[in-house]
Design a protein around this ligand. Structure first.
Ligand code: HBI
Length: 98
């Protein structure tokens, strides 16, 4: 079980992730990315995937051509999933790839 962020922790974290949108329904954060072409989008996904595997924390994502939509939440946080520090850390890492 991973600690779910409380409201204060979540609001503080989201202040540093201004490009990410909070989804209260899922207790998740998401961001949409648009690249020059598919190759650039997939290169981004490859970098994220390598890091996610190392961190053992994986994104939920959707890709069509040059667009990549990413959602982050922690499956084993709280009773039925929720936002944890792992999501915040991964979001910051993902932002560093853009
Ligand atoms: N990725 N987003 C996310 N949330 C998790 O809880 C998670 C994960 N990747 C691997 C993982 N948990 C493992 O610890 C197992 O729980 C599958």
């Amino acid at each position: 079980m991973v600690a779910q962020l409380n409201e204060t922790e979540r609001d503080a974290a989201l202040k540093e992730l201004s490009d990410w949108k909070y989804d209260p329904g899922r207790d998740a954060i998401s961001r949409k990315f648009k690249f020059g072409d598919f190759a650039q989008a997939f290169a981004f996904m490859t970098r994220v995937a390598i890091h996610a595997e190392k961190a053992d924390h994986h994104p939920e994502w959707f890709n069509v051509y040059n667009k990549v939509d990413v959602a982050l939440t922690t499956h084993d946080a709280g009773d039925n999933g929720g936002l944890s520090q792992r999501d915040i850390d991964l979001a910051k890492k993902i932002d560093s790839f853009v």
